[in-house]
Design a protein around this ligand. Structure first.
Ligand SMILES: [Zn+2]
Length: 186
């Protein structure tokens, strides 16, 4: 049965072999900015295009065009070389896309996310079940504070319940496992 592809890239990392147009666009948007998307679209399938030609084609000012190109260059998503214009006597930069680096950016983001998750797991495990919460949800206290109030809600006086975070810990562990599997793809 033919299955329709749905964008399920929200939480899961994208294997490098599946870098689609939308993955490229989302990565560029989040690292460089949404405004460079038309530029990327324009440079795709082209090589060594001068900044003046880019500006003219996109109907943007040359300075703004350069600004976008430099931002892309910071993330290694474009390459350029300079050539002296014989008539005018000044140097002109010619630009090409380097979208291969999207893969590296994704890899870095993936590693960072994974590290964040592991850090969170350590924290959750360190504070395992040491929070106390009012059943009416008006307060949430750590162990020391809960002792101060005799394990009663400081707002309404109801006995506090120990808050369990085992489920949270389990969820984080599953996510870490998934992400580590995905890392092997990259
Ligand atoms: Zn309460």
């Amino acid at each position: 049965m033919p299955t329709k592809k749905t964008p399920s890239t929200k939480r899961k990392a994208v294997p490098a072999s599946k870098i689609t147009k939308s993955v490229v666009e989302n990565t560029v948007k989040s690292t460089v900015g949404e405004d460079v998307i038309p530029l990327i679209d324009y440079l795709k399938d082209k090589k060594n295009i001068s900044e003046f030609q880019i500006a003219q084609s996109l109907k943007t000012e040359v300075n703004y065009t350069r600004n976008m190109l430099y931002r892309l260059h910071t993330h290694n998503l474009v390459t350029y070389h300079k050539k002296k214009d014989r008539e005018k006597g000044w140097y002109i930069s010619y630009w090409s896309l380097n979208l291969r680096n999207v893969k590296n950016i994704l890899k870095t983001q993936h590693v960072r996310k994974l590290e964040d998750l592991k850090e969170r797991l350590v924290k959750e495990e360190r504070y395992k079940n040491v929070f106390f919460i009012c059943p009416k949800l008006c307060s949430r206290l750590d162990f020391d504070r809960a002792t101060e109030f005799d394990f009663k809600c400081p707002e309404c006086g109801v006995i506090l319940h120990q808050q369990e975070n085992e489920k949270t810990i389990e969820n984080i562990k599953v996510k870490i496992q998934e992400m580590e599997k995905d890392r092997n793809w990259m």
